[in-house]
Design a binder for this molecule. Structure first.
Ligand code: FMN
Length: 296
């Protein structure tokens, strides 16, 4: 058994990529029940009662292991980690921020931590800070990116594998068995999958969001500014966004977008997150099916 699988305690070395804007206990439990590692996304949650409630809801649906992602810009991580440790969560991922201070806390609670990195210098710094493993995210991935030029999964995973001794999880561009096997060949012990699970039957993403992923073609995503221009995020470029992006009068596309389309119903202006791998996703499938195909 690989070091990563020992750390996760599940059957397949597949981590559900956390999706910061929502948590669905049903989806997380479905991933864990199918033998992979379901993940709570706690980056934007500060309320400890909410964390406890989510953990209890998942526990009511599965006795299989699941984890949680914390973002290191969240000031309440020490308390959140304590709640997770008490609930029996043994491995978390840490992203968006410096790992220096959090790893002694994670280890002090008897947990393991996997830090999410976008470049080789981040990977070396994370190992130095005590990370037990790394999620290495290539530039084609969905989610937040830095504003630096970054390498794709195909380059970054072997580059990091050549330079660290801890287990590596590859992320970015993995949606099927080809991507899964390629990641293992590149030196990863497992994969983290975001967009493919977002477009699953159990995902709480709106039907509009799922349809936009399925309809996205080659070259159909782009990076736009996020979090007050400090970082970038990868979105699927709809015809409306494309037109706005080429309009010289629009200074920052992020200002034009509808942040909460599910509430306002203004889906035309919505920016749906998704990786370049959206171009490979042609249908909405049950999580069990996605995982079964991936490891086949
Ligand atoms: C809409 C969206 C939100 C995300 N939110 C988070 C998050 O809160 N924390 C995190 O570590 N990664 C986040 N990610 C990154 C994913 O967990 C995962 O690493 C990434 O999607 C992998 O690339 P893929 O989309 O090509 O599979 C997000 C990705 C997307 C598409």
């Amino acid at each position: 058994m690989s070091e990563l699988l020992k750390m996760l305690g599940c059957r397949y070395p597949i981590i559900q990529g956390p999706i910061g804007m929502f948590n669905s206990p049903k989806m997380i439990a479905s991933v864990s029940e199918a033998g992979a590692y379901g993940m709570l996304a706690l980056g934007f949650i500060n309320n400890l009662d909410e964390v406890k409630k989510l953990v209890d809801e998942i526990r009511a649906l599965t006795d299989k292991p699941f984890g949680a992602n914390i973002m290191l810009i969240n000031p309440n991580n020490a308390e959140i980690l304590k709640v997770l440790a008490e609930a029996g969560v043994s491995t978390v991922t840490t992203s968006v921020g410096s790992p220096k201070e959090v790893y002694p806390v994670i280890h002090g609670l008897g947990m393991k931590g996997i830090h999410v990195v976008l470049a080789l210098p981040h990977a070396l710094a994370a190992v130095k800070a005590g990370a037990d493993a790394l999620v290495v995210v290539g530039s084609e991935a969905g989610g937040l990116r830095s504003r630096n030029p970054e390498s794709s999964t195909m380059v970054l995973v072997p580059l990091v594998a050549d330079n660290v001794k801890v287990p590596i999880v590859a992320a970015g561009g993995i949606a099927d068995s080809r991507g899964y096997r390629a990641a293992l060949a590149l030196g990863a012990q497992g994969v983290q999958v975001g967009t493919r699970f977002l477009a699953s039957a159990e995902s709480p993403a709106s039907e509009h969001w799922k349809k936009t992923i399925v309809e996205c073609g080659d070259g159909g995503t782009d990076l736009i500014p996020a979090l007050n221009m400090r970082v970038a995020q990868r979105i699927i470029v709809t015809p409306w966004i494309k037109q706005k992006m080429s309009d010289p009068a629009v200074k920052n596309i992020a200002d034009e977008l509808e942040i909460n389309p599910d509430k306002t119903g203004n889906y035309e202006r919505a920016a749906f997150g998704g990786g370049q791998v959206s171009a490979l996703i042609k249908d909405i499938k049950a999580i069990k099916e996605i995982i079964r195909e991936m490891v086949s």
